[in-house]
Write a protein that binds this ligand. Sequence first.
Ligand SMILES: [Zn+2]
Length: 152
Amino acid sequence: MTSNEFPIIYDQKSGNALWIDLRQLNLRYQIPVGKIGKFFEGLKQDKVLATKCPKCEEIYFPPQDDCPKCKISGLEWIEMPEEGELLSYSVINVKPPSFSHYPDYVVGIAKMKNGVNVLAWIKSKDLKIGMKVKLKVVKREPEGYLTYELGD
Ligand SMILES: [Zn+2]
């Protein structure tokens, strides 16, 4: 058996024959969102919602229904403040395959008025660290999904 007739290489350490093949895998994500349904209802009403633990007062964004510190479920729903300050951003030229159909985009992190950091796409013509940004509900095209984004 030679490697010219088959896509086989020999591991240099062990000498084991290894069949080399390359395939493209499509991953389909299924993430349970039943406990955070209010978040999606909020987007429909132009609101960005987070959850807050009634015991330790930790705010979770993106929202989650469980507080891992207090080990309780059924957290309170609160509205995220609209205003924040840009802490950092990065222009994405090399995209993951599932984002390859979008034009180059910018991802930023903003500290919101309630102290929570939000990671999101950011749209602004003049990006500057420390600038005031607003968290808003937008429609992501071409999919037409409602989501949130930072902007000026
Ligand atoms: Zn808690």
